[in-house]
Design a protein around this ligand. Structure first.
Ligand code: THU
Length: 160
């Protein structure tokens, strides 16, 4: 039997080592945690996307008493950005999170459903999305797009 080795390249760095553009996006995501509606989990997540042309759009998780009706910060942000600017490709996405004790030291990574939506957005605009995951101690940068975080993914190519 053959084996496939699926590799993921993630850069690890301090926030001060990020480029000015990535830092700006991270700051927007951190700020967006304050617009989160997370009365049930008390876990505030913020996301920010940079669109072609430089526009930055932010969003946060929005919870609901009927738990599955809530939505993660990443999807809130991407859907809002795509609704407002349907012709502008998403170039980069930053994510930050905070709990009742403050910002998390280690980055959180998008859930499976959000990864699938990020993949759809990449396919829609035909370009990978740079992903910057913020942690107070260290950040992770995924430069080549969501496929690194979603190996063997299901995308539109299977429906052609
Ligand atoms: N959440 C996000 O917004 N993004 C993630 O990447 C992980 C989880 C939200 C969903 C829910 O409101 C809370 O965090 C706890 O799961």
């Amino acid at each position: 039997m053959k084996e496939m080795i699926l590799q993921t390249k993630v850069k690890v760095c301090g926030v001060d080592e990020l480029s000015a553009a990535d830092r700006e996006l991270v700051e927007a995501a951190r700020k967006a945690t304050y617009s989160s509606y997370a009365v049930y989990s008390k876990f505030n997540v913020g996301a920010a996307v940079r669109l072609e042309g430089g526009e930055v759009v932010t969003g946060s998780n929005q919870e609901n008493a009927a738990y599955p009706s809530g939505l993660c910060a990443e999807r809130t942000t991407i859907f809002w950005a795509n609704s407002q600017y349907p012709s502008k490709p998403v170039e980069a996405l930053a994510i930050a999170a905070r709990n009742e004790e403050g910002e998390l030291a280690t980055p959180i990574s998008p859930c499976g459903a959000c990864r699938q939506v990020i993949l759809e957005t990449e396919n829609r605009y035909g370009r990978p999305i740079r992903i910057i995951l913020y942690g107070a101690k260290e950040c992770y940068v995924v430069e080549d797009g969501i496929k690194a975080l979603l190996p063997l993914s299901f995308g539109s190519e299977f429906l052609e």
